[in-house]
Structure formats: structure tokens, C-alpha cells
Ligand binder design. Structure first.
Ligand SMILES: Nc1ncnc2c1ncn2[C@@H]1O[C@H](COP(=O)(O)OP(=O)(O)OP(=O)(O)O)[C@@H](O)[C@H]1O
Ligand SMILES: [Mg+2]
Length: 751
């Protein structure tokens, strides 16, 4: 049992004391997740607990998968029977089994935020309200906030405080929208993400027999990243473990970054009150990062007033100083980061997967992606706008969803007239209004369409209904892959996309193929018990709603928002866009509490790094369609200067910039504390008079070279395969060129 030997004393305590309530509140990288993992392994292996009786809640699907894999290494394939996943995925599974108790179909649809906002938009329109006041986003957040505090629409309408609040905000109709929204979701057999938790609470409150069943099932309950649970999640775990009290939660108050979504640090304090016999364990030794990184992180978080006292230290080596990369523009920032990754890879034998680029907002990925692509560095984006958000994918998914759940209003809207079949918006509105006015289901209205629509439109709907019935038959009689393929063809989507011969059209066609591939992969996966199309859709809905876990093992640099990076670790980490108003975000500057949450976010970001941390900022960037000058973030100044240095590597050949655009921003945007004034250099390269070509027989990727015409550049790749040796060089001013070495005159500057 050597995994027990690899634990320090308090970690060991956390693993072997399996009975009774336990709380581990400890700093980043101190082994909290590892303790949870080993605790589960210990329960199974040493205490003989059946994995079916263990529930472990993680923050992302990715984290759950990693944990399961690690446990499998100790206990074998039995680990597959663990109940492990995000709150949303675990409770969606339970809701699916118990849906009838709440009046939902067991194949209920899960609406993502986009579906929800579309529905809100149509309700606002139907109520003839001003959509500039009742913006879908604002309404959605309000409803979501209420649900996360377990406030139903009934309570919302009853509560005079909300009423007064909404009236003073000039949005008196919010309660009514909440009501209609909830009713419409219910009628459509759909739950949004917040419903998954809200309805679980309702289920456990109103159906004690069901609660009892799950209390008997889960002998042990575990929660990772406890600091980011909201009250709704807290109550679920509390109820589930009420009988046996074997609950273990781990977290770090310094990493609480979801207050904006209702996460409540109070839960940590409540926990002590709710469980008087609580065992509290402190872990202080960090095993993840170098001394430099740990101490820099401590210097940052020390600036926050609200925090529990902790002393995080490490025995790891000092490591190198944090490097600060300064760029003139966001594109330049992308280039600096990409070339730094390239260099680090060469010099330290690192793999792409050792690197992560973390940013505050999703849109920052664009400049990074372009630069990485240009340098041929493979990357993946975790979370954010991704595959499943693309229009063609959502279209086909809507067909699949509707064929399974004939009352799914949002899917119906998407597909009823796509591809075009002569059913216009007015007809669609009429159908939906008819369903509401006559209290019929959408499907009933569609089946009796002649009573609601005139001849031609009605005929088109009749054909549509026949089509959907055929799809339903396909789903029931064939495997998920065959059914999905038939629907992709039968719906006309394939034909429509195939007819579009533009590059975009082609890529859309390929995306649809790719979705079918995903279904195939799902069907072929021996680990999936339920191979129905419905089960596939549910899994996708859960994955894409929270984090996108198309986890390919390929060697790729990871790009993601800091929020998504929680709990993860990488050898080298780049935290980019460290500029005032971006990070800390402009929206978070109005109160100390908000600013402290931003600082915790920064703390999360830098504690992801194991060996080397880079911070970068740009002096100008396009935001909301306008070029803006930027100032370096206050967070850079907050790091103890002993741990940070301005990168020399790239400023050697001072950044080459277009003088017209950037001189001003460069000068005005620069802060004295962080750097000296860089020199602005013209873009045109002049060869030195004594240019002497070098012998290129030893030329290798990673070397800096000079070319009489193209100027300075870096060798990206060598092609020694054919008779003609070639080098791909990325020139500072001219971009990528492939040169035949028997002709090109190159001077080697470094290696
Ligand atoms: N006793 C130990 N010996 C060796 N390595 C350890 C030990 N404890 C933890 N580690 C390693 O340290 C790293 C951080 O551990 P882990 O991810 O569990 O920390 P954490 O407290 O959950 O961090 P975070 O707060 O970021 O979620 C992991 O690579 C883990 O394997
Ligand atoms: Mg962790």
C-alpha cells in the first residue's frame, strides 16, 4: 500500500479517518485533491466499501475523469462504479431516474444558456416589453441568481423585497417573466442548468422516500473545491449525508472565485456550525510549485483582507524568476507567448501539454490562437465557444433533441423552417401561442395543425411532423449512430451544407460529420452503459454547459479562462492580458469585495504553475471594436519584486512596431515601476555591410539567423528529408519563409 507512504502526516490523517465529518481547508497545491483521491481508494481497497456507495463531487468533468483514472490505478476497474462527476452531471442522472416525481419526462432536455436566453427573448417579445430594458442576459442572470438561492418563481412574486428592488431598477416585470419562463421550460420538458440543482432540492424536500433512498445509497460523500459551492449545492450534500454524516469537503477560501454566481464562502463557516464534531485538517506544504512561485503567490494573496490564516510553504527548489513579457499590441502579445513556448520547449525538452495559457475572458484566445497556429504549435481550447456552440452543430443537435422530446420549444424553433420548408416566423409564433392559449402541448398543436394554420403552411407542417415521426422510429429501432446519420441526411442539413462550396461551407459540412463521429465513438465506447441517442445528448449537454472536455490525448498547449483552470497544474503557465480594466476586470472595480475576488482569481492563475510562470500584457488592444491604450495591471505591482523580472529574451531586438499606431500608447501606457522605456524601431531591416553567411550544415530549429533580405528570424523547422535541405524560418518582419539551404545566405546568430 505504498500510496499511503507518499503522504505527509496531515494528509495521512485526511485519508485514513474516513468516518464522520471532515473539512480540509488548505492552500493551493497542498494535496487536497490528492487526499480526496486516496481517501476514496482507501475506502474501497482497505475498508471494502462498494464504489457504488461513494459519491464524489468535483468542479469539472475533466477533474472527475482524472480522479477516476488515478483511483483506477490503485483499485482497478472497479473505480468505474463510483458516483463521480460535477454537481450538474450527478444530479442530472438522479433527476432522470426520478423525473416522474416532479412531472418531467425522464428524457427531459437540458437547455444551455443560449437556449434559455432565446426563450427569454421570445417571452419578452410576446409580453410586448422593451427588449432594451429586459435584456435576455440580464433577465437570465436574475432568474439564475434566484434559483441558486432556491427562490422559486412563486416565492419571487410573493416577496415584497424583490418587487421593490425590480421596480426601483425599472424592471417590474421580472417576476412575471420568471414565472412564464419556468412554466414554458416545464411544458417543454426542459431543465436549464440551474434547474438541475434547484429541482434536486425540490425532489429531496418533497419526496422524503427518494431522499431516503439516496441517503442509503451514498455511505460516503466527498466534495472538492468546496469554497465554490452555492447554497443550493450545499443543501444537497448536507441532506444526502445527514444520516451517516460521512462527509468530507476540501477547499481553499483563497481560491473562491464564483461569488458572482452565488458561491458562498459562508458555507465553510456554516459547515463548522452544522457539524459540531467536525474534524478540521490543515495542509500547509505545497508540492506543486517552486519557492519563487509559492512566495510570489503568498505576496499577492496577502493583500486581501478577507481570508483565513494559512502558511503555505514548499520544500521544492527556488526555481527561476517569474518573467514579465511586454507587448505593444494584443497580436504582438500572442507572438511573444508563442515564441516563448517554442523556446522553452527547445531548451527544456518540454512537450506542448506542459504549457497552459490562461486569460480572464474568452475572447482573448483569438490572438493567442493565431500566433500558435502561425508557429505550428498545436493547442486546444477548454471551455468557451467551441465545437458544440457552432450553428450547424446546434441545428443538427436540435433535430436529434426534438425527435426525442417533441415538446422542446427551443429546438422546434431552430428546425421547423431549417432547411427552408415554407413555415415562416409568423406560423411558428402562431403555433406557440396556440399551445399556450389552449393549454396544449406543442406536439398536439402540430398534429392538429389544420385547426390553427391555413392550407399551405399547414401542409408544410404536416410534412414536418411526418418527418419527425420517421426520425423517432429511427431512434427507437436503430443504434444511436445510424439514427443520427439518418436524421442528418433526412433533415436536409447535409444536403444544404454540401451545396455550399465555400471554405466555410465545407468546414460546416465537416463539423456535422465530426458530430456523427462523436456519436459513433460514444456507441463504441465499452464504458458507456446506456448507448441511446438520448444518453449521448444528455452527456453532451452536460459537458458543453460547464466545460468542454473533448479531451484528446494529443500533444497540445491548453488555452482556457482562469475560471476553468481551477484545480489543474502545468509545468509552464502564461497568464496573459495583465492590464487594468481587463484583469482586474472593469466590472469588478467598484467594491473591495469584488476586487478581492479578482485578486483570488489571480492567485488561482499563478498557483497553476509548477516550474515557470510568465505574465504578459499588451499596451494596446482592440476592445469592443475600438483600439484602446492599456496600462499594466496593478496585480503586477503587487508581486514582491524579488520574484519577478522583465523578460530580456524578447526585448533584445526591441519590439518591432508600426510607429504611427503605437508610439503614443507606448509612452503614455508605460508605468515606471515595471519597466524602462523601450526604443521604437523602424520596421525595415538594413543588412550590415560586413554580412558574412555562415556554414549552415549544423543549422537547427530554435536558432536565430539573419538573412540579407528578410532580416532577423528564428528557425522553426528543418527538413532534412530530401536532397535539398530546407529550413522554415519565421522572420520578424516578413513572417514565415521556407528556404533552400544550398541557395540561401544565412548568418547564424545564436543557438
Ligand atoms: N505528499 C505528497 N508527495 C508528493 N507529491 C504530492 C504530495 N501531495 C501532493 N502532491 C502533488 O502536488 C500537486 C498538487 O496536489 P493537488 O492537486 O492535490 O493539490 P490541491 O491542494 O488540490 O491544489 P489546488 O488548490 O490547486 O486544487 C500534485 O501534483 C500532487 O500529486
Ligand atoms: Mg485541487
Amino acid at each position: 500500500m505504498d500510496y499511503l507512504k507518499s503522504l505527509n502526516e496531515p494528509q495521512y490523517e485526511g485519508v485514513v479517518n474516513t468516518e464522520g465529518p471532515t473539512m480540509i481547508i488548505a492552500g493551493a497545491g497542498s494535496g487536497k485533491t490528492r487526499v480526496l483521491t486516496f481517501r476514496i481508494a482507501y475506502l474501497i481497497e482497505k475498508k471494502g466499501v462498494d464504489p457504488f456507495n461513494i459519491l464524489s463531487l468535483t468542479f469539472t468533468n475533466k477533474a472527475a475523469k482524472e480522479m477516476r483514472n488515478r483511483i483506477e490505478k490503485v483499485v482497478g476497474t472497479e473505480a468505474r462504479n463510483l458516483w463521480m462527476g460535477t454537481f450538474h452531471s450527478v444530479f442530472a442522472r438522479i433527476l432522470r431516474a426520478e423525473a416522474d416525481k416532479l412531472g418531467y419526462p425522464s428524457n427531459f432536455t437540458i437547455y444551455d444558456a443560449d437556449d434559455s436566453k432565446q426563450l427569454i427573448k421570445s417571452i419578452v417579445k410576446e409580453l410586448n416589453l422593451d427588449d432594451k430594458i429586459y435584456k435576455p442576459n440580464v433577465v437570465f442572470n436574475r432568474i439564475s441568481g434566484a434559483k441558486n438561492r432556491l427562490i422559486s418563481w412563486k416565492e419571487y412574486l410573493r416577496n415584497p423585497v424583490f418587487k421593490a428592488d425590480d421596480e426601483s431598477n425599472m424592471k417590474p416585470e421580472l417576476g412575471r417573466i420568471y414565472k412564464i419562463y419556468s412554466e414554458r421550460c416545464f411544458k417543454a420538458g426542459a431543465m436549464d442548468f440551474d434547474d438541475l440543482l434547484f429541482n434536486t432540492n425540490v425532489l429531496f424536500k418533497d419526496h422524503l422516500d427518494v431522499l431516503n433512498k439516496y441517503q442509503q445509497r451514498f455511505h460516503y460523500v466527498m466534495v472538492d473545491e468546496f469554497q465554490d459551492t452555492n447554497i443550493s449545492q450545499y443543501l444537497i450534500t448536507k441532506k444526502l449525508s445527514a444520516v451517516r454524516q460521512n462527509i468530507c469537503v476540501v477547499g481553499d477560501d483563497a481560491q473562491s472565485i464564483y461569488a458572482f454566481r452565488g458561491a458562498d464562502i459562508q458555507n465553510i463557516l456554516n459547515f463548522e456550525k452544522d457539524y459540531p464534531d467536525l474534524r478540521v485538517i490543515k495542509l500547509e506544504q505545497n508540492y506543486r510549485s517552486t519557492k519563487t512561485i509559492v512566495n510570489a503567490a503568498n505576496s499577492i494573496i496577502g493583500k486581501n483582507r478577507a481570508q483565513l490564516k494559512k502558511n503555505v510553504w514548499t520544500d521544492n527548489e527556488d526555481g527561476t524568476l517569474i518573467e514579465l513579457l511586454k507587448a505593444t499590441s494584443d497580436n504582438e502579445e500572442g507572438k511573444l507567448v508563442a515564441s516563448s513556448i517554442f523556446e522553452e520547449k527547445m531548451q527544456n525538452q518540454l512537450k506542448n501539454s506542459d504549457f497552459a495559457i490562461l486569460y480572464r475572458t474568452n475572447s482573448q484566445s483569438r490572438a493567442m490562437e493565431e500566433a500558435l497556429r502561425r508557429m505550428n504549435i498545436k493547442y486546444k481550447i477548454v471551455g468557451g465557444l467551441s465545437f458544440y456552440q457552432r450553428k450547424e452543430i446546434k441545428d443538427l443537435m436540435a433535430y436529434l433533441r426534438f425527435a426525442i422530446n417533441h415538446n422542446d420549444e427551443q429546438s422546434l424553433r431552430r428546425i421547423i423552417n431549417y432547411p427552408k420548408r415554407g413555415i415562416g416566423d409568423t406560423s411558428v409564433d402562431k403555433i406557440i401561442v396556440a399551445a399556450n392559449d389552449h393549454d396544449m402541448s406543442l406536439w398536439d398543436v402540430l398534429n392538429n395543425i389544420s385547426s390553427f394554420l391555413p392550407g399551405r403552411a399547414a401542409n408544410a407542417v404536416i410534412d414536418f411532423v411526418a418527418l419527425i415521426k420517421r426520425f423517432k422510429y429511427d431512434i427507437e429501432s436503430k443504434d444511436a449512430y445510424e439514427a443520427a446519420s439518418l436524421i442528418a441526411k433526412g433533415s436536409g442539413i447535409m444536403k444544404e451544407l454540401y451545396a455550399d462550396k465555400t471554405v466555410e461551407g465545407l468546414s460546416r459540412y465537416e463539423n456535422v460529420q465530426e458530430l456523427l463521429n462523436a456519436v459513433k465513438e460514444y456507441v463504441d465506447d465499452p464504458e458507456k452503459e446506456d448507448k441511446s441517442l438520448g444518453a449521448f445528448l444528455q452527456e453532451i449537454a452536460l459537458i458543453t454547459g460547464v466545460d468542454n472536455d473533448k479531451d484528446d490525448d494529443e500533444e497540445k498547449v491548453t488555452l482556457m479562462t482562469i475560471h476553468m483552470a481551477k484545480g489543474l497544474e502545468f509545468k509552464n503557465v502564461y497568464v496573459v492580458g495583465l492590464e487594468e480594466d481587463l484583469f482586474p476586470s472593469q466590472m469588478m472595480l467598484s467594491s473591495r469585495a469584488d476586487l478581492e475576488e479578482e485578486r483570488r482569481l489571480f492567485y488561482v492563475a499563478i498557483t497553476r504553475a509548477e516550474r515557470k510562470l510568465f505574465l504578459s500584457y499588451a499596451l494596446s488592444r482592440y476592445r469592443f471594436g475600438r483600439l484602446k491604450n492599456c496600462e499594466p495591471s496593478r496585480f503586477i505591482d503587487e508581486i514582491d519584486p524579488d520574484f519577478i523580472k522583465v523578460s530580456k529574451k524578447f526585448s533584445k531586438s526591441e519590439p518591432v512596431i508600426d510607429t504611427n499606431n503605437y508610439t503614443k500608447s507606448f509612452v503614455s501606457g508605460m508605468r515606471k515601476t515595471t519597466s524602462s522605456q523601450p526604443v521604437v524601431k523602424k520596421t525595415s531591416y538594413k543588412p550590415s555591410a560586413d554580412f558574412e553567411p555562415s556554414d549552415t550544415s549544423g543549422l537547427q530549429a530554435g536558432m536565430k539567423v539573419e538573412h540579407p533580405k528578410f532580416g532577423y528570424g528564428m528557425v522553426m523547422e528543418m527538413d532534412d528529408s530530401g536532397a535539398n535541405r530546407k529550413a522554415k524560418v519565421n522572420f520578424d518582419d516578413f513572417g514565415e519563409k521556407t528556404l533552400l539551404l544550398s541557395f540561401a545566405k544565412l548568418k547564424i546568430h545564436s543557438n
